[in-house]
Design a binder for this molecule. Structure first.
Ligand SMILES: [Zn+2]
Length: 365
C-alpha cells in the first residue's frame, strides 16, 4: 500500500502531478483520462477499506467533472491527442461510484445511461436521487487549454485546443478545433489509430491532419498556447487564442465566434522575422467527396470552403457533400480533403483567413 499510495507514480503523485487544475488528465486525451480514473478510483476504495484516509481523493471529483464540461451533444468527447471517440456512456460505472462518493446530481444521468454492471454492483451507489442535467453553456478549461463553445437553441458545439502539448500522446495541433452540428461531428481530428501503424506518427500527430495553420510545410513544434480573450455570451461565444512558439519567426493567433447559426473563424499568421513564409490554412470535415458543390445562402462563400475572405492566393477546396461518413468509434473513412490557403503573401503583413462555416454537412447517425 505504501508503494501504491506514496511511491513514485503512486496515488498521491498522480493526484498532485497528473490531474490538471480543471480536472482533465495531463495527456489531454480522454481515453487516457478514463484509463487513469478507473484504477485511481479503485485505489481509493482499497485505501478506505484499509482505514487509510486520502484527502487527495478530492481531485477525483474534478476528474469526473471535466468530461461533463466537454461533452458533445451525442455524449462523446472531443478526440484530441491520442484518443478515440470516448463516450460518456461507456464510462457510466465511474459516475455511479462518483455519485456514491460526491453526491453530485449531474452524475446520475451518466450513471444511468447503461445497465449497471459489476463495477456498479461492487462500488456504486446504493440509490440514486432524481438526476438533474442543467443545460450546458460554454466552458473553459484553462489549465488544460481546451474551450468548448456552445450556442443555446442549437447543437452547434466547437472544441478548441490551445493548451500544453500532452506529453508522448500529444498532437502538433495548436489552435485546432473539432466541431459538432446538425446531429453529427463536422470538423474532424484523426485522433489515433493502432500505435503500430506507421501513419500514426506521420499523420495522426501531424499539424496538417488538424484544422489549424501550418507554416512552410512543416509541423508545429510542441508548445503551450495562450488564451487571449474569452467572452461566453447568451447569443454568441468568442475566444481568441495564440499558438505560442510553434514556429520560429512566426506568430499564429485565432479568433473563433460561435452562434446558433454560424461559426466565424479569423486565423492570423504573421511573419516576425522579415522572411517570406508559406501559410497553409487546413480544414477537414466529415463527408463524402463529390463534384456538385451547392452554393449556400447567407454565407460569404459557400459551405465548401470556397470564396469567403481576403488573403493572397487562391483557396483550393475539396467539395464536401452532405451526408456523413462519420462513424463514432470507427476510422475516418473518406472525405478528409484539406483546404489549402494560398502560399506566399506579404511577409511583413499577415495572412488573415476569414471563414464562415454554416450549413455544413448534415450528418446522418
Ligand atoms: Zn489530433
Amino acid at each position: 500500500m505504501d508503494l501504491a499510495l506514496d511511491g513514485p507514480g503512486g496515488f498521491k503523485f498522480q493526484m498532485r502531478e497528473s490531474v490538471t487544475a480543471d480536472g482533465a488528465w495531463f495527456e489531454g486525451a480522454w481515453g487516457y483520462h478514463f484509463f487513469a480514473l478507473n484504477p485511481l478510483l479503485l485505489t481509493r476504495e482499497m485505501a478506505e477499506r484499509a482505514g487509510i484516509a486520502l484527502p487527495e481523493s478530492a481531485s477525483l471529483k474534478r476528474m469526473l467533472d471535466a468530461p461533463l464540461a466537454c461533452v458533445f451533444p451525442d455524449g462523446t468527447l472531443p478526440n484530441f491527442n491520442d484518443s478515440g471517440y470516448t463516450s460518456l456512456s461507456n464510462e457510466s460505472a465511474w459516475y455511479d461510484v462518483g455519485y456514491r462518493l460526491f453526491k453530485d446530481a449531474r452524475y446520475v444521468a451518466v450513471a444511468k445511461t447503461t445497465g449497471r454492471g459489476l463495477e456498479s454492483l461492487l462500488w456504486g451507489s446504493p440509490e440514486f436521487t432524481a438526476g438533474t442535467t442543467p443545460p450546458l453553456g460554454s466552458e473553459l478549461l484553462t489549465s488544460s487549454g481546451i474551450a468548448i463553445l456552445r450556442a443555446p437553441g442549437s447543437d452547434r458545439t466547437l472544441a478548441v485546443k490551445f493548451g500544453p502539448h500532452g506529453g508522448g500522446h500529444g498532437h502538433l495541433d495548436k489552435l485546432s478545433f473539432i466541431s459538432y452540428a446538425r446531429g453529427a461531428r463536422q470538423a474532424a481530428d484523426p485522433g489515433t489509430q493502432a500505435y503500430g501503424a506507421k501513419s500514426h506518427s506521420t499523420w495522426d500527430k501531424m499539424t496538417v491532419a488538424h484544422n489549424t495553420i501550418s507554416v512552410d510545410g512543416k509541423p508545429q513544434a510542441e508548445s503551450t498556447g495562450k488564451l487571449l480573450e474569452w467572452n461566453p455570451g447568451a447569443q454568441a461565444t468568442q475566444i481568441r487564442v495564440s499558438a505560442g512558439p510553434v514556429y520560429p519567426g512566426v506568430a499564429l493567433e485565432r479568433t473563433l465566434v460561435l452562434t446558433a447559426e454560424y461559426t466565424l473563424d479569423i486565423a492570423e499568421a504573421r511573419s516576425l522575422d522579415g522572411a517570406a513564409h508559406q501559410f497553409d490554412w487546413v480544414y477537414h470535415n466529415f463527408g463524402a467527396t463529390g463534384e456538385h458543390a451547392r452554393p449556400h445562402d447567407g454565407c460569404g462563400g459557400d459551405d465548401r470552403g470556397h470564396g469567403a475572405g481576403p488573403g493572397p492566393g487562391p483557396a483550393r477546396a475539396g467539395a464536401v457533400r452532405d451526408g456523413a461518413a462519420e462513424r463514432p468509434g470507427g476510422a475516418i473513412r473518406d472525405g478528409l480533403r484539406g483546404l489549402r490557403r494560398g502560399a506566399g503573401g506579404d511577409p511583413r503583413g499577415g495572412d488573415g483567413a476569414r471563414r464562415v462555416y454554416c450549413g455544413d454537412g448534415r450528418g446522418t447517425r
